[in-house]
Design a protein around this ligand. Structure first.
Ligand SMILES: Nc1nc2c(ncn2[C@@H]2O[C@H](COP(=O)(O)OP(=O)(O)OP(=O)(O)O)[C@@H](O)[C@H]2O)c(=O)[nH]1
Length: 408
């Protein structure tokens, strides 16, 4: 007889050497024994002997991708059925001689070959014509079929997929995700849609939308699940770009009022944890209309870009500047109380008034008026924004190029 490989878990080492090996030999069955620490160390469809005490929950998804025999301390029908339902092929007690006859029978069998039924072939041709990867698995999570696009995307042949568990074909951290989703679908029935990354062989890690559904036997019992994979990597990238665009001022490239609203609400939400002082400065360019009048709208745009750039260069890494109106900016200052915020505003106004910008080869002097407020994340933001705006208008009325504080 041809020697075959039998894989066995650690607890079975002395038992197989003393009993099984000799008995199999005495019936002329030559076996090559291979010790494994976990079921994943054995190839798919191989014959694996596992001591019940060696099995961990991690092994369950792979039980039915191998011909797994569980060796129990004591024979128990309920336990045996439980393991078979989890995917084991059979269960025997340590002292059960039926194992020897069963093993000899299994070792003598030829591997099952796929049926060649015409309707199978037609169905395969149909799913192979679909460009999206498609797979189906049985109720024990073992792949029972797939289309050409699925093989191509993960870089494996159909033979390397069918009969295998997801743990045989995907990295463990991803397989854990898919397995969890599969269990959920089988438990709830119906359909399922979720997004998860998939390692494609030629295209790296892709973002995939899984659309799955269970299929049932004639008696209504769940028999497995079918899944279609849609590559949404480009769609997601586009959505991120669009999302970023809606938060960015196209002229200056800094955040706009929408971005400010998102950031300030995040700050307010996190305040409970951080307890940091948070201040806001509103800055408005003085007599900006004159710049437009002198240099035209294009020159005014250029001035706004120069101002935004200058402001960004003056601020600390923890500050954020936003363009919230035509020539109005907000500066959000983290970890900053009113005293520090006022100093900062005064220094910005002074710095701006002494800086000279060049527009259309002409030197331009610009001044800013500012309102400053220390925010209280436990009170309404709208009220603080109204007050800081009033402080800005006070600065304008006071002759511009100056700072006014507002107090909640
Ligand atoms: N070039 C350009 N001009 C803008 C833009 N948005 C608003 N403005 C102009 O900014 C000017 C603002 O004028 P006002 O509100 O009268 O204010 P101001 O001239 O700066 O005077 P004070 O604020 O009172 O010091 C208007 O002429 C607007 O047309 C923009 O995106 N580009």
């Amino acid at each position: 007889m041809t020697p075959s490989i039998l894989y066995f878990s650690p607890q079975l080492a002395s038992w197989k050497a003393q009993l099984v090996e000799t008995q199999l030999l005495s019936y002329g069955q030559t076996v090559e024994w291979q010790a494994i620490q976990g079921i994943d160390q054995s190839p798919v469809t191989s014959l694996v002997l596992l001591a019940e005490s060696d099995i961990s929950a991690q092994d369950w998804p792979m039980l039915s991708s191998r011909r797994t025999i569980i060796i129990l301390e004591e024979w128990n029908l309920d336990r045996s059925i439980e393991w078979i339902k989890k995917g084991a092929t059979n269960c025997f007690a340590y002292n059960d001689n039926h194992l020897i006859s069963w093993l000899i029978s299994e070792l003598s069998k030829f591997a099952l070959t796929r049926s060649n039924r015409t309707e199978d072939d037609i169905l395969q041709v149909i799913i192979d014509a679909i460009p999206a990867p498609i797979f189906f698995k049985d109720q024990l999570h073992i792949y029972r079929g797939c289309n050409a696009a699925f093989c191509e995307s993960i870089g494996r042949s159909r033979n390397q997929i069918i009969g295998h568990s997801v743990y045989d074909i995907a990295p463990k951290h991803l397989a854990d995700k898919y397995y969890e989703a599969d269990c959920k679908l089988l438990a709830q029935g119906g359909t399922q849609r979720y997004e998860a990354p998939v390692q494609f062989c030629n295209a790296g890690l892709r973002e995939i939308e899984f659309n799955k559904a269970v299929f049932t036997k004639a008696n209504g019992q769940i028999a497995g699940q079918v899944g279609v994979m849609l590559d949404i990597t480009e769609r997601n990238q586009l959505m991120h770009k669009l999302e970023k665009a809606t938060r960015t001022d196209p002229l200056t490239g800094i955040g706009n009022r929408r971005e400010f609203n998102i950031v300030i609400h995040e700050e307010f939400d996190n305040h409970e944890k951080s307890k940091q002082k948070l201040s806001l400065m509103t800055l408005d360019v003085d007599f900006f209309k004159k710049i437009n009048d002198k240099f035209g709208h294009g020159g005014g745009d250029q001035a706004l870009q120069l101002i935004a750039n200058w402001l960004q260069n003056q601020l600390r890494g923890s500050d954020n500047v936003f363009r919230v109106g035509g020539e109005e900016f907000y500066v959000l200052m983290r970890n900053t109380d009113m005293e520090a915020a006022l100093k900062m505003a005064e220094s910005l106004c002074k710095g701006m008034s002494t800086h000279s910008f060049t527009i259309n080869q002409q030197e331009v002097r610009i001044t800013l008026s500012a309102g400053v407020i220390e925010l209280d994340p436990s009170s309404a933001l709208e009220n603080a924004l109204e007050m800081v705006d009033k402080a800005l208008y006070e600065a304008k009325s006071n002759g511009r190029n100056c700072v006014c504080p507002a107090f909640l």
